[in-house]
Design a protein around this ligand. Structure first.
Ligand code: ASP
Length: 317
């Protein structure tokens, strides 16, 4: 009887899996339109579509938890996926009540990108270097506005590190993503933003924001004039951010593997690699863009950020 049932299940599931995907796939980007998560997701969607034989549609949803919440509740059929950054790991500790349980609500499919953080200010903010920016932050405290894209965002985590290193408490202004934050900076109303190079580099190149430090161990090839935070005297501002692709937990394993393979194929595409390189964003080593690696990495990142967030005493309901 049991064997008959297994056979029946295989007969029913087999053709369905063989044909997956049969219609377009939605990638939910956990960030405002035009921001780094949206940008990464759009580049990925273009590169994945030919490998899936279907259109891949991007929906940018700003705010820390709305996009992930939407995907956690989606049917686990592989047609609604999430791209989210390091905030996925941070949110597991940050929120006392999260509408989903990060390690158990999602099936990690692989890393999509890795990028250094950059500390930028509005033009006219006093320098002449990162030490000068930090001294102004310390002297003026809450008269300085710093951006955050929501409590568990990459920009907020970096803002924690910057304020801690300066021994100061700025006024943290919360946006739905770092795209609206950078618009505010160009209007002169926002002083400091620490955000991934993916988002800041086009504005740095146009001299619309001023870069003072990069958080990577070495200078970025595309920004050779900008010192690392360690070189500038602030080694504790050390973090890079990453994006990963997720399906809702319960997605059939064969569908997860099909999507994960399409992710790796997309990351090999020359066009994607050129667009990432232009935004000083790294393509992860192929072994990091697998379900197994991403699952372990997410748990490690949750453990890495827990004490930092606890030490900063930052929690949200
Ligand atoms: N993910 C956010 C965005 O795309 C940025 C951040 O995490 O700071 O706007």
């Amino acid at each position: 009887m049991r064997r008959c049932l297994t056979l029946l299940t295989l007969l029913l599931a087999g053709p369905a899996l063989a044909q997956f995907p049969e219609r377009s796939i939605t990638l939910v980007a956990a960030g405002a339109a035009g921001g780094p998560t949206d940008t990464i997701t759009r580049i990925l969607a273009d590169a994945m579509a030919p490998h899936l034989g279907q259109a891949v549609v991007v929906e940018a949803i700003g705010g820390s938890v709305v996009g992930p919440g939407r995907v956690a509740q989606a049917r686990p059929d592989g047609y609604t996926l999430l791209v989210n950054n390091i905030g996925m790991a941070a949110s597991a500790t940050l929120f006392r009540r999260l509408p989903y349980d990060v390690p158990n609500a999602f099936a990690p499919l692989g890393l999509v990108s890795e990028a250094a953080m950059t500390i930028v200010t509005r033009p006219g903010f006093p320098g002449p270097d990162l030490a000068g920016v930090m001294a102004t932050l310390k002297a003026r405290g809450d008269a300085i506005n710093m951006a955050s894209a929501g409590i568990s965002s990459a920009s907020n985590l970096c803002a924690l590190l910057v304020q801690h290193a300066a021994g100061a408490q700025a006024t943290v202004v919360v946006f739905r993503g770092t795209a609206p934050a950078i618009t505010e900076m160009m209007s002169g109303r926002l002083d400091i933003l620490c955000d991934q190079a993916t988002n800041t580099v086009p504005y740095i190149r146009d001299n619309r924001v001023v870069p003072w430090g990069v958080s990577s161990p070495a200078r970025l090839p595309g920004l050779p004039q900008v010192p690392t935070t360690a070189e500038a005297g602030f080694p504790s501002i050390a973090m890079s951010t990453w994006h990963g692709l997720y399906a809702p937990a319960g997605t059939p394993e064969a569908v997860q593997e099909r999507l994960s393979a399409a992710l790796r194929a997309a990351l090999r595409e020359e066009r994607l690699r050129r667009r990432f390189a232009d935004l000083l964003t790294d393509v992860p080593d192929e072994a990091r863009s697998t379900t197994g690696f991403h699952t372990r990495f997410l748990r490690e990142e949750i453990d890495r950020w827990r004490p930092i967030i606890q030490a900063a005493g930052q929690f949200a309901d």
